[in-house]
Write a protein that binds this ligand. Structure first.
Ligand code: ADP
Ligand code: MG
Length: 251
């Protein structure tokens, strides 16, 4: 693939929770239109790192630049407005709202910052969100479930709504935190295909434990261990790296 210039760059990023260093001095950069995987054992600090990139939490130290702007500590609304959004590892869905209503939430957040949940039903009539929501529903294969409450969905469908939450704001950089977690083989295959389709015209960074999927999807892989970046490189190099085998792939 043809890459553009560096679109995201973290320099010296650390995050401390009390005495715990979840991330230490991470330097990380991604070029436009790359598909990057971030891997590492449980507790390595991957989700924490994503939350800092997406503006959900501020780093304790270091800076993050996105699309030519310093976004360190600007918060999730601004980061989303600039064109980066994330799906979360932990379920963020409102069970009693429909799939379409759930997808409206990040769009309203992007356009208005704070809003109340009762605005969602009104927004269905007044705002011009419809076309982009319908497009997102189609992309994640849930057009036929648009008016179904999330509580009625199968697990794999819920996970696809979560990818939809990140997609709904039409980001140029998409972060996906363990999109395949807990999926059966069929759901997994269709979600891998979905992720491949999402990279068209955008940059994608994915955290994933499923190594077969990582090696299939990623152009390059960054390995985080105990909050620090251990090594980075193309899949073939990472697979063969002795430190990676030892720290992560189990010998
Ligand atoms: P990963 O996603 O790689 O499994 P996380 O980023 O979720 O790792 O967590 C890294 C470390 O930071 C873990 O030890 C975790 O318990 C800790 N941690 C994450 N979030 C918080 C938080 N909000 N408060 C305190 N500790 C946290
Ligand atoms: Mg995680």
């Amino acid at each position: 693939p043809e890459y553009g210039p560096v679109i995201l760059e973290a320099r010296g990023v650390s995050k401390h929770f009390g005495g715990l260093a979840a991330n230490s001095d991470v330097d990380f950069s991604v070029r436009e239109f790359e598909m990057r995987a971030l891997i590492g054992p449980n507790g390595a600090g991957k989700s924490t790192f994503f939350k800092m990139l997406a503006g959900v939490m501020a780093p304790s130290a270091g800076t993050i630049h996105f699309d030519g702007e310093d976004i360190t500590g600007v918060g999730v609304t601004r980061v989303c407005q600039m064109g980066m959004s994330t799906s979360f590892q932990i379920n963020q869905l409102f069970d009693r709202l429909t799939v379409r209503e759930n997808l409206m939430i990040p769009c309203l957040g992007k356009s208005r910052g704070r809003f109340k949940l009762d605005m969602i039903r009104r927004a269905e009539r007044v705002s011009g969100l419809d076309a982009s929501i319908e497009e997102t529903l189609a992309q994640v294969g849930l057009s036929h479930r648009a008016d179904t409450p999330v509580s009625h969905l199968a697990y794999g469908e819920k996970r696809r709504v979560e990818i939809g939450l990140a997609l709904a704001t039409q980001p140029k950089l998409l972060l996906l935190d363990e999109p395949l977690a807990g999926m059966g083989p069929e759901e997994r295959a269709s979600t891998v295909a979905l992720i491949k389709s999402l990279r068209r015209g955008r940059t994608v960074i994915v955290v994933e434990h499923d190594m077969d999927a990582v090696f299939e999807l990623a152009d390059s892989i960054s390995v985080l261990v105990e909050g620090q970046l251990l090594v980075e490189g193309p899949p073939g190099e990472i697979r063969a790296h002795p430190k990676v085998q030892e720290a992560y792939l189990g010998g």
